[in-house]
Design a protein around this ligand. Structure first.
Ligand code: AMP
Length: 402
């Protein structure tokens, strides 16, 4: 049973107005076309539930980081259009966030109507957890639902301050938020074993806390991507011009030592795709990590590492993957990540993927349907794995769990 108050526990009336905080911070290309609408479609189960309860729905989200109020490029218009198409019904877009138009439209909503507020971050108070803004948002609805896992690690007005405006019978988490938190907490609290964590990406610093929290909990830890080089350096290997966080070499050595003490098997790349420059046009070589030529850099794990990592995950019952194995954005250096994605997707383990880049790799590899759960939150999912309490979740916990 969940520790968070669920939308299912609220007693909606026909025509109740519900403000639903979503995370529609969706990637777009330079023409404002949505390139991945997973965050939009992920909100649909909660929306459908509210429609079945005969509610009217006010969707609220941020998009990007507008600097000075209104920015045409960051309007939620494309999001409202896509949502309308996915739901096959009208989604009314307000011209502002808490201005005259939004309030008028909200007041005129009938049961089953759906409207969307403009980008919450057009209001300066949003990122400041401003209570005045929270009150204005809350004044448009009788109920508050948070389904925006991706922002729950932030104390923002629409996630945090707003919960003070609703009593316990009128605020709860949506289905996506509950699922995200339960998957994250299960990994940390009672994973089915063997539990293998696969980490990658550019920096040790970004994952240090997650590694520290995971180490006593996992059976195996696989480290790939740019962050692996700081560990290889700690083992005395000459890594050429590969990504290095010099100040973390000692910390990396400590993690390796701690892993040994705890009986955790740690796997590092044994070979790499080395390049002369950080470019898709660069000359490349497949070399053992001991043979990275001076001045060259490792931009992907090599075929032997893929085979090793595959072996290591073969008996896993739970796999958590966060961080690509190489510079997957360039074709020359995406094989390691794509092959790891296939291997993780093919395994019989419960597989959980976190982080936008890793979700992107899985999508490019065509493995999305084969992964048990792909988190919609980058920073938030990492903080959950780090063992932190998310401010947006804390305010929706049941009595006795706060
Ligand atoms: P992060 O945000 O820390 O998860 O890092 C993701 C980024 O790490 C991606 O943009 C990758 O291109 C980058 N990356 C992965 N492997 C390497 C590598 N060997 N060298 C440089 N960058 C890398």
């Amino acid at each position: 049973m969940s520790e968070i108050v669920s939308i299912k526990e609220l007693d909606f009336k026909a025509g109740s107005r519900v403000l639903m905080r979503c995370d529609f911070n969706t990637p777009m290309d330079e023409f404002c076309n949505i390139t991945d609408d997973r965050r939009i479609s992920s909100a649909i189960p909660t929306i459908r539930y509210l429609l079945d309860q005969n509610c009217s729905i006010i969707l609220a989200s941020h998009l990007g980081r507008p600097k000075n109020g209104w920015d045409d490029k960051l309007s939620l218009l494309p999001i409202a259009k896509r949502m309308s198409r996915l739901l096959n019904r009208e989604v009314i877009l307000a011209e502002d966030v808490v201005g005259k138009d939004a309030k008028e439209k909200a007041a005129n909503l009938k049961a089953g109507d759906i409207m969307m507020l403009e980008n919450l971050r057009f209001e300066k108070g949003e990122t400041k957890d401003d209570e005045k803004l929270a009150n204005e948002l809350a004044s448009m609805a009788e109920y508050y639902i948070n389904d925006a896992f991706g922002v729950c690690h932030r104390e923002h007005a629409s996630v945090h301050a707003i919960t003070k405006c609703f009593d316990d019978e009128h605020k709860a988490a949506g289905f996506l938020l509950i699922k995200e938190v339960e998957f994250g907490q299960n990994l940390i609290r009672h994973p089915s074993r063997p539990f293998v964590a696969v980490t990658g990406g550019s920096k040790v610093s970004g994952k240090l806390q997650a590694l520290t929290n995971l180490l006593p909990r996992v059976d195996k830890l696989i480290i790939g991507g740019g962050m692996a080089f700081t560990f290889l350096k700690a083992l005395g290997i000459d890594i050429g011009n590969s990504l290095l966080e010099e100040d973390l070499v000692e910390e990396a050595a400590n993690i390796l030592l701690r892993g040994k003490e705890l009986g955790v098997k740690i796997y590092l790349p044994v070979d790499v795709v080395a390049a002369q420059s950080f470019s898709n046009d660069s000359a490349i070589k497949y070399v053992p990590v001991q043979e990275i030529p001076a001045g060259w850099m490792g931009l992907d794990i090599g075929p032997a590492s893929v085979r090793l990592f595959k072996e290591a995950i073969a008996d896993a019952h739970t796999i958590w993957w966060n961080g690509p194995m190489g510079v997957f954005e360039m074709d020359k250096f995406n094989k390691g990540s794509i092959k790891m994605s296939h291997a993780i997707a093919e395994s019989y383990a419960t597989t959980v993927v976190g982080g936008g880049d890793t979700a992107d790799v899985v999508e490019r590899a065509g493995d999305t349907d084969e992964i048990t759960f792909i988190s919609t939150g980058g920073g938030a999912s990492l903080e959950l794995i780090e063992g932190k309490e998310l401010p947006g979740v804390r305010v929706l916990l049941k009595k006795g769990f706060e």
